[in-house]
Design a protein. Structure first.
Length: 728
């Protein structure tokens, strides 16, 4: 007889089997790779089908499926998360990365073009050879232009940018004939007379001619550009296609795929040399911004304020300086991030170099790196052909021994490099990793990144054999130097702009006081003779002059922070508190406010008058922006911890809409109407400026209007000399 316990056990076993089957099916799900088909889909699929086999051989536990898709199909698959990896043109990559917040690509494609390896491509503008009326960019006006899509980088946007540089808006000045993918359709449209001019990417016309589908004598190139890499070229060159992983892809799988791509050789996929480290696609983004292409096709909206209308020059200059500093900082951040990723990738590859067989495979299939194999006992070193070509030598040149390598080091780097090697042998470092300058065959020095590890030891534990690579980082070093110089120049420019703002604010008050004085003179002498409208207009003028003077004073105080204020010193915060409370006492008594102070009040290194002004502004704001018919209750809480002083000012006032938090600390930012509350809108901006001078941060919390608010700031307690180097 079947019992209930037996039935429950059977149900449990069936459920476990179902779950195990679902997990197995999920683990065996194929990895899908979408490839943009800029040539016919069958041709694209035939070319890239080998990629699935290559990746499966490198990662046998997963199956890979390659799909050739047009723009619409590709975007639909990305939106529905039906793809794991993507190979598309750079313009399309920038577009979808803005939509889906993709990270940096895993690799950049290397194509076989004109007998060489190319990591860049361009656009071509062509017409039939017999068209004598088509010779330059100006001849594009009023003509029919064939293109696959306005979203195609090499098939439209590059050419549109070149035309824009010549003052031609392709969309408005010409008639577009959109053929859709592939690019072959553009050539057919031009040759058949459906269009006067065609836009395609580099390599398309050459492929058609190679396959017997086009006689190059039938066409001519407009706006031809000189290039040693491309015979048919009409635009500047931009980075080749990126290979990227979708956000949902497991990081371990993405690393394995990236490593497999870098090991691909020129014989794996027809017309493809392989993949290299990710290129910088900022030039593509700038092109799309200039031609207003997706995702930058929307025109931003903005509103001008009175201060912009009256004094645009100094404010624009200050804003431009700050923006340039931010952009350079972001560029430096991405360069450093790229270098860290590159070092991590090479370190992981070197750790796997355990025997001779893998060394030779790495030497033959490795991407753009030079390989060396050092017999430490004999001093003989094997240098790969790529290693020698990196410094200008032929494969049969450069002596294969350690002494020749050491003699080629820059004299200023030799001791440091040898010391790093000695530290590695002594076990102080897990991986040999050093940057140095190496003399090339032509006598100049080039920056090299050397990485390696010992793969064989003697029975006594002494190193006998070492494997490693050399990477050419000369361009990266130049970029770092240029960024460092630009950053220093921007810092000097900001100092000049601060002094300029101070001088302008100071000097503008004199004529403004003259205007106010004369207006007051007119009010005293003519008030009785003026009618009501004239008196009202005179009052408006006086009030406007007073507000302008208050705004200039606020701007002047803002520019004085760190320049014209007291030098930092060790001060007692409770003494500052008592001074500020005494200052606001009349205002607090008038509105019957209750100010309660509590907590630990430390001794800290700060500017006395700046700290006093900071606390004074926060308390005055809490008293000023109070609820009608309600006495203010203000709690001031001081805390010390982790080397920081945190102070919060909480009130029961009118509160702040959380959607307005971002505007709160900006210049002349007012959230309330002037008829309800007076003020210039610079008080909190000044607070933020003082906090930044003390290397701290400030923020606000509020549940909404009518719910009160809490302003909090943190500043370091100790001595921070970097903040004291302010101009006098």
């Amino acid at each position: 007889m079947i019992t209930n316990a037996l039935i429950n056990r059977i149900k449990f076993l069936l459920l476990s089997c179902c779950l195990l089957a679902s997990f197995t099916a999920l683990a065996d799900a194929p990895v899908r790779i979408g490839v943009l088909a800029y040539r016919p889909k069958p041709q694209t699929l035939e070319q890239w089908q080998a990629l699935s086999s290559i990746l499966h051989q490198a990662i046998p536990e997963r199956e890979f499926v390659v799909e050739a898709l047009n723009y619409d199909e590709l975007e639909a698959r990305v939106d529905s998360k039906q793809l794991d990896f993507l190979l598309t043109n750079p313009g399309h990559y920038v577009h979808i990365s803005y939509q889906h917040s993709f990270s940096a690509p895993l690799a950049t494609l290397l194509r076989h073009e004109n007998g060489g390896s190319q990591d860049k491509f361009g656009g071509v503008i062509f017409a039939r050879a017999e068209r004598a009326d088509l010779n330059a960019l100006d001849d594009l006006r009023g003509k029919k232009i064939a293109a696959t899509s306005q979203d195609s980088l090499g098939g439209f946007q590059m050419q549109a940018y070149e035309a824009a540089q010549a003052g031609i808006d392709i969309v408005k000045a010409s008639q577009l004939v959109i053929t859709g993918m592939p690019h072959d359709a553009v050539t057919a449209a031009v040759l058949s007379g459906q269009a006067d001019i065609g836009f395609v990417r580099t390599g398309v016309l050459e492929d058609l001619a190679k396959n017997g589908k086009l006689d190059l004598r039938q066409i001519k190139i407009l706006n031809a550009q000189p290039s040693s890499d491309f015979k048919l070229l009409s635009t500047a060159l931009y980075p080749e296609w990126p290979f990227l992983a979708m956000p949902n892809v497991d990081r371990a799988l993405a690393k394995k795929v990236a490593g497999s791509l870098f090991l691909m050789g020129p014989d794996h996929i027809p017309g493809i040399e392989g993949f290299t480290i990710p290129a910088d696609y900022n030039s593509v983004e700038q092109l799309l911004r200039n031609v207003r292409a997706k995702p930058f096709d929307a025109v931003p909206s903005f509103t001008l304020t009175d201060i912009w209308q009256r004094y645009p020059t100094p404010i624009l200059a200050l804003s431009a300086g700050v923006m340039l500093v931010v952009l350079l900082s972001l560029s430096l951040f991405w360069v450093n991030r790229y270098l860290v990723a590159e070092r991590r990738r090479v370190r992981e590859q070197n750790i796997r170099l355990a025997d001779s067989e893998y060394r030779w495979k790495f030497a033959l299939e490795g991407a753009d790196e030079g390989v060396w194999d050092w017999d430490i006992v004999s001093g003989e070193v094997f240098f790969s052909p790529r290693w020698k070509s990196m410094v200008g030598y032929q494969p049969d040149e450069f002596a294969n021994n350690f002494d020749a390598w050491r003699a080629s080091l820059h004299p200023d780097d030799t001791d440091r490099v040898l010391q790093t090697l000695s530290d590695y042998f002594d076990g102080k470092n897990k991986l040999y990793w050093v940057e140095f300058r190496m003399r090339c065959k032509d006598g100049r020095y080039k920056w090299i990144l050397a990485k390696g590890m010992v793969v064989a030891h003697s029975p006594e534990g002494k190193p006998q054999r070492m494997l490693g690579t050399h990477v050419d980082i000369d361009k990266h070093k130049q970029i770092e130097q240029e960024l460092r110089q630009s950053h220093d120049a921007l810092l000097r420019s900001n100092v000049d702009l601060e002094q300029f703002a101070y001088s302008v604010s100071h000097d503008m008050r004199q004529p403004l006081r003259m205007v106010s004085g004369h207006l007051q003179f007119l009010e005293r002498n003519l008030r009785e003779s003026l009618d009501e409208d004239a008196r009202q207009n005179l009052n408006f003028a006086l009030e406007g002059a007073k507000r302008m003077d208050a705004m200039i004073v606020s701007l002047l105080e803002y520019s004085r922070v760190g320049r014209k204020t007291q030098q930092k010193s060790w001060i007692a915060s409770d003494a500052i508190r008592d001074e500020v409370l005494q200052f606001v006492e009349p205002m607090a008594a008038q509105c019957q406010a209750n100010i309660r102070c509590q907590g630990d009040w430390p001794i800290l290194y700060a500017s006395r008058d700046e700290l006093s002004r900071l606390l004074q502004n926060l308390l005055v704001n809490a008293l000023h922006y109070r609820q009608e018919y309600q006495a203010p209750i203000i709690d001031v809480n001081s805390e010390v911890g982790d080397g920081f002083w945190r102070l919060s000012v909480r009130d029961n006032g009118i509160g702040i809409d959380p959607g307005q938090f971002d505007r709160l600390f900006q210049f002349f930012s007012r959230l309330q109407a002037r008829t309800r509350f007076e003020g210039t809108g610079m008080g909190l901006a000044l607070c933020r400026r003082i906090i930044e001078h003390h290397n701290g941060k400030i923020w606000v919390d509020s549940a909404g209007e009518g719910q009160g608010s809490c302003f909090t700031f943190e500043i370091p307690l100790g001595y921070t000399p970097a903040t004291d180097s302010q101009p006098a």
